[in-house]
Design a protein around this ligand. Structure first.
Ligand SMILES: [Zn+2]
Length: 375
């Protein structure tokens, strides 16, 4: 049996709904220690993480990923149990099959093959594994990177196994990600009777012109590396439940996905300026922020592209699209960060799956990267 398929199944069978790890990391560690890896288990808050390293000196090539998964949603919506891996029609089904237990398994099997062939490789191989990527991402990769920085450990190259591909394995690698900026806005009004609007202040009416303007604002034109910045209002709530009451306030949640052509501070100022220009009274909480990153060095990008072309006959396109990832915590240390993993068509969905053939292909790609950088 394909050993990457076998390990992926073992990992899916651990119900590691974020932030639980549910035994995934010990499965990985049990494979790494016999290869001579030194493992540091790093529990921060409720979150299990580990850092494992084999070898010393430069370059330090790390594989990064997460064992946690998003909840399965209703069991009856799935054709098979999300935590009982099942192969049907050439696909392996289960929560985490694509995001990202197949990549974790392929990291391990590629490393096993590489170490067997090159026991005295150059530099060092490391793994940075967390169980808090799908949740708040506070006690995961960010804390491990702090821990490494305190010890003077710097990754030269980091390959993140997030599912990056679109139509076929190897078609897309991510060399950066957009920034994310979230806020919760409360528009202040004055509650009153709908028949006496002169005695009230309707927060819905008061804010609509400003919101209409924000919805069509061009925040930037993007740049060579990033698409245009986008603002999306994701939640709106106002009203008392009665049709004859003007509500006292309206709540809105929103999120920016932004390029490097604009900073989060500029976006904050411009959004607040628009609200004030329309005379809107509001309270605003900026609730979350992730910086954009872009890898400019080419050593890892070139190695990943060449390994993919060799193993699969497909040359990946470079992309910065999609959501954020833990790469944003690693890139600011000066590490070259590239993300390459399985196809992402079913991630976070019911009946999440990965093509069985892609599991061994992924092992071959990761093995090619190791060989190019550390042989
Ligand atoms: Zn993921």
């Amino acid at each position: 049996m394909d050993k990457t398929l076998d390990l992926t199944k073992q990992l899916i069978a651990c119900p590691s709904v974020t932030p639980r790890d549910a035994g995934c990391q010990e499965l990985m560690i049990a494979r790494l220690e016999p290869l001579g890896f030194k493992v540091e288990r790093l529990r921060f808050g409720e979150v299990d993480n580990f850092w494992a390293v084999r070898g010393a000196g430069k370059p330090l090539l790390a594989f990064a990923g997460h064992t946690d998964v998003v909840p399965s949603g209703p069991r009856e919506a799935w054709a098979s149990d999300p935590f009982q891996p099942e192969v049907r029609d050439g696909h392996l089904y289960g929560r985490g099959a694509a995001d990202m237990k197949s990549s974790l398994a392929a990291f391990i099997t590629a490393i096993e093959d590489f170490v067997a062939a090159h026991p005295k490789h150059q530099g060092a191989i490391a793994l940075l594994i967390t169980s808090d990527e799908e949740g708040p991402s506070v006690d995961g990769t960010a804390k491990v990177v702090e821990w490494l920085t305190q010890r003077g450990i710097k990754m030269d190259y980091c390959l993140v196994g997030e599912p990056s591909c679109v139509h076929r394995l190897g078609d897309t690698l991510k060399h950066g990600r957009r920034g994310s900026l979230s806020g919760k806005l409360r528009i202040q009004g004055k509650q009153g009777h709908v028949a006496y609007p002169q005695l009230a202040l309707n927060p819905i009416h008061a804010s609509l012109p400003a919101l209409a303007e924000l919805a069509v604002t061009e925040w930037d034109q993007g740049n060579a590396d990033f698409p245009k910045t986008s603002l999306q209002i994701s939640n709106v709530h106002a009203g008392t439940g009665a049709e004859n009451v003007i509500p006292g306030h309206m709540d809105l949640w929103f999120n920016f996905r932004h390029s490097t052509a604009v900073t989060s501070d500029e976006l904050k100022q411009r959004l607040e300026h628009t609200l004030r220009r329309h005379g809107v009274k509001y309270d605003l909480n900026w609730t979350g922020q992730g910086k954009p990153f872009l890898t400019r060095g080419t050593t890892l990008i070139d190695a990943v592209r060449a390994a993919t072309t060799d193993a699969l006959g497909v040359t990946p396109e470079l992309s910065t699209g999609g959501g954020t990832s833990d790469g944003r915590f690693i890139a600011p240390t000066g590490t070259e960060v590239v993300e390459l993993g399985p196809c992402n068509a079913t991630i976070h969905q019911v009946n999440e799956c990965v093509a069985v053939d892609d599991l061994d292909k992924l092992r071959r790609v990761y093995l090619g990267v190791l060989t190019r950088i550390l042989r």
